[in-house]
Design a protein around this ligand. Structure first.
Ligand code: FDA
Length: 509
């Protein structure tokens, strides 16, 4: 496969033999394993039995991406596109069939213009990380920011094309609500911008997942402005300290309060939990001063008991460092946002749910009791509401606006082997099962960026549309139909595919 691919690649593009060995990596190349492992962010997919690609392509210029698409198509090879490698189920770098990886880690240019269009904008290549984007914005201005994920190593390619949210979702909506242009390599190896790709494809890659439609090279995003001083706070409560009351009331306050306030709650039993209790950890960002948020919360949410001493005022960029668990942010340099942390992955699995109606206190209490018996499984509650609801549901492929909050089911562990995996994923599936009565139904919805192959997979055989509809409706609701129409128009032979990509309409196959 490698020889055939190289022959094709050299025909398609002008490249010296020296550069070729850096761009097209065979399994025998010394760079193959380091490059493969550098962006595996889930240790479950970094084992000797994990299927490996036949070739890794590490493009340096657009023509390499174009040639990679053309040659993979000619040789009928499955192409996995990887930017930051944070796909929770490893779909950007694992496959059951023969495949190659297009690794965009050298595609990381960022150009920030804080004066463009009045509010500022940035062109960011998809192999850049969110941390790099935030850092480059901060180089230009302390009051400009971008509303995306809070983990700095997440890649722009998957995150933005899959929706994207962070701790300003209630003020500024989703990441994709701020995308104003993009460049993409289509199935014919042609490069398009927003104008030449057309509004349908531009709509699809703002939340429908780039991997179904082409290789996104870069996004142009609108920046937002934030106050010079913002406030963060944390409030931790155990079962003895009213955790139940706080979480019950949180459901009423967090999705309805000032859009500048984002309060996330993490529910989990402590790792060495002999007493079998649940802790509730609340982490918050307020786009304003401490006095304001304390007085608001004293009135709206006395059960939290927020005091001025719980609050820290800082710049927006420092709030990201604080969110990364750096307590004393004055001692941490923002350059930490540029770190890519190779090989730091733990074993993990994530699932997601949406809550539309507050859970009653007795039901929440039963949930706490059950959660306390399950090691290493937790629930992360992310409030919605605020300005997320200002955008119409059909405006982007993301259909889950107007929900109260999203749950991330989460399990993370460090001991290798099938026993640990069976136990912890089993525990998490138990919490998922017991949440059934309290979450969205028909279909039970999921957030596309929290990839979860439990909700359906596709081998893209004869039943591709039917299989795609199973996970597709959970991720995209009614927007699934438009995604299928766009897919059928731009990639009728389904070259850009993975285990959860958008299928084409059945009659075209
Ligand atoms: P990766 O490279 O694995 O790609 C993910 C998917 O996108 C794959 O299907 C891939 O083929 C496709 N893709 C990637 N680049 C592409 C390109 N250039 N063109 C076309 N398709 C492309 N989410 C969130 O919304 N808010 C958050 O705060 C967080 N936090 C977070 C923390 C951690 C530690 C993890 C592991 C994950 C998150 N996420 C998240 C989820 C994250 O947004 C999601 O996994 C993204 O898809 C990751 O994008 P990457 O480019 O890193 O992934």
């Amino acid at each position: 496969i490698y020889d055939d691919f190289v022959r094709c690649f050299k025909n398609e593009t002008t490249i010296s033999d020296d550069s070729l060995s850096d761009v097209v990596l065979s399994r025998t190349s010394v760079s193959f394993t380091p490059v493969l492992r550098a962006y595996i962010r889930n240790a479950r997919f970094n084992t000797s039995s994990t299927p490996k690609p036949s070739i890794i392509i590490v493009p340096r210029v657009d023509s390499h991406v174009q040639s990679a698409v053309n040659c993979a198509k000619t040789l009928n090879l499955q192409m996995k596109i990887r930017s930051g490698g944070h796909d929770y189920d490893g779909l950007s770098y694992v496959s059951a069939v023969t495949f190659l990886i297009l690794d965009l880690s050298y595609y990381r240019n960022i150009t920030v213009d804080v004066n463009d269009g009045g509010g500022g904008s940035a062109w960011v290549q998809t192999g850049a990380t969110l941390g790099e984007l935030y850092y480059r914005i901060r180089e230009k201005s302390e009051i400009h920011a971008f509303p995306a994920g809070v983990c700095p190593t997440v890649g722009v390619g998957g995150h933005v094309s899959g929706g994207g949210y962070g701790h300003m979702i209630r003020k500024f909506g989703l990441t994709v609500d701020h995308v104003i242009d993009a460049t993409i390599v289509d199935v014919n190896g042609q490069i398009h911008d927003r104008k030449s790709m057309g509004e349908d494809l531009f709509w699809a890659i703002r939340g429908g997942g780039g991997g179904s439609f082409g290789v996104v090279l870069a996004f142009k995003v609108k920046l937002v402005t934030v106050p010079k001083t913002v406030t963060v706070f944390r409030v931790d409560k155990s079962t003895d300290e009213n955790a139940l009351d706080m979480v019950h009331k949180w459901q009423f306050v967090a999705p309805r309060t000032d859009p500048g306030l984002f309060m996330r709650v993490l529910l989990a039993s402590p790792t060495k939990n002999k007493t079998r209790t649940v802790n509730a950890k609340l982490r918050a960002l307020y786009l304003g001063r401490a006095d304001d948020v304390v007085s608001k919360m004293t009135e709206e949410f006395p059960e939290m008991g927020l005091k001025k001493e719980d609050c820290k005022e800082m710049t927006w960029i420092q709030s990201l460092l604080w969110w990364m668990n750096h307590v004393d942010v004055d001692k941490v340099k923002p350059e930490i946002l540029l770190e890519r942390e190779p090989d730091s992955a733990k074993f993990l699995k994530r699932k997601s749910d949406y809550v539309e109606k507050e859970i009653t206190k007795p039901e929440l209490n039963r949930l706490f009791q059950k959660l306390a018996t399950l090691d290493r499984t937790g629930l992360v509650l992310n409030p919605y509401g605020g300005n997320l609801n200002a955008t119409a549901v059909k405006e982007t492929p993301f259909p889950h606006r107007h929900k109260l909050y999203k749950i991330q089911h989460s399990t993370t562990w460090s001991d290798a082997g099938p026993d640990a995996e069976r136990l912890y994923i089993g525990n998490m599936r138990t919490t998922y099962r017991i949440m059934t009565p309290f979450v969205s139904k028909n279909p039970r919805s999921s957030y596309f960026n929290y990839r979860d192959i439990d909700i359906g997979v596709n081998d893209h055989g004869r039943d591709s549309y039917r299989k795609g509809e199973i996970y597709g409706r959970k991720y995209f609701g009614e927007n699934f139909d438009r995604l299928v129409r766009v897919k059928t128009a731009v990639d009728p032979d389904n070259f850009f595919r993975n285990e959860q990509s958008i299928p084409t309409l059945p009659h075209t196959r």
